[in-house]
Design a protein. Structure first.
Length: 320
């Protein structure tokens, strides 16, 4: 019986600084049925030359280039559509990250063992240490909606750029990366997959995520944007009903109170409304206009929490 084909997908834009390390890590994989799809988003550096140097290596490379630069979501969507039709699994790999030599084989082994798993994650090394994703050790598979609930409550962390996805599950989503959210559209995609499949997790560090000043995360999520919290509200609104069931309204209310208190803290730290408008807009989209009653409710909730009468929100994002 032939081994399932895995497509590693690397959308890249001016990735010359680290791209060779990324592509070399794919070449070092011990899984024999593998292909590397690289989409150059009209780079102006030496990206094209680096990709060309890998065209005749052991692992086949499919090279594509955009004639004009697309935004990141559009580029990732186009890259997915370039994956060969006979690929059984898809593994996105950013142009500044790497994977361990056994990464593909260990993820595929889990997927082949559990056919209902559509999303496969693993531990990874980031900022010099293996990150704890909180998934209970010794348990390799979680029902999809349970994994959604745990992720929203930050009892498990989903890292889209360190995952493998089953092709028949991703094909059920069109487009793969929807534009319904201002940010975290890749995490939104993972939630959409978990609504129709299970989650598998390899409790080993199989990847390396590089931290530097030119990542999309650093450029759009760092500092005073606090965009993770805005995305948290959007994720709860979109996926909370499936994840929480009858407990959805209570969880949404807890997050809203937490969110309003965070906005008050940011207003005090920033000495004004700078950077806060996206958060006001997110609350308005959710049907919560920021007003005096909303503020009083959030402050009273904080008092109840301090008195031990209520539990504080400790879920996603959990660090802003």
């Amino acid at each position: 019986m032939s081994l399932p084909l895995v497509a590693v997908v690397t959308p890249t834009y001016n990735g010359g600084r680290f791209l060779a390390e990324t592509m070399e890590s794919v070449q070092q994989q011990d899984w024999p049925n593998l292909i590397h799809v690289v989409l150059d988003n009209n780079s102006s550096d030496n990206t094209e030359e680096i990709v060309a140097a890998y065209l005749n290596k052991r692992i086949p490379v499919l090279r594509f280039r955009n004639e004009k630069t697309l935004d990141q979501r559009e580029n990732w969507t186009k890259a997915y559509r370039l994956v060969p039709r006979d690929a059984v699994y898809v593994r996105y790999l950013c142009d500044d990250d790497t994977i361990s030599p056994t990464s593909i084989s260990k993820m595929v082994t889990l997927g082949e063992t559990f056919p209902n798993v559509g999303v496969i994650g693993s531990l990874h090394d980031c900022a010099g240490a293996v990150q704890d994703f909180f998934w209970p050790p010794g348990k390799p598979v979680f029902p999809g909606k349970e994994a959604m609930r745990m992720a929203l409550l930050r009892q498990g962390i989903l890292m889209p750029v360190q995952m493998m996805w089953r092709r028949r599950v991703t094909d059920a989503l069109e487009p793969l990366f929807a534009n319904a959210m201002d940010g975290s559209w890749d995490l939104d995609t993972v939630f959409r997959m978990l609504a129709i499949s299970d989650f598998g997790f390899v409790h080993e560090a199989l990847g390396f995520t590089r931290v530097h000043d030119n990542t999309v995360t650093a450029l759009h999520y760092a500092g005073k944007t606090r965009a993770w919290t805005r995305d948290g509200l959007d994720l709860i609104m979109r996926h909370g009903p499936a994840a929480f069931g009858t407990d959805y309204r209570r969880q949404l209310l807890a997050f809203r109170r937490y969110y309003v208190r965070r906005i008050l803290t940011w207003w005090r730290e920033d000495r004004g409304r700078e950077h806060l408008q996206p958060h006001f807009d997110a609350l308005a989209r959710a049907g919560f206009g920021v007003n005096g009653m909303l503020v009083v409710d959030a402050v009273l909730d904080w008092i109840y929490v301090k008195l031990g009468m209520r539990r504080a929100w400790t879920g996603y994002p959990g660090w802003q």
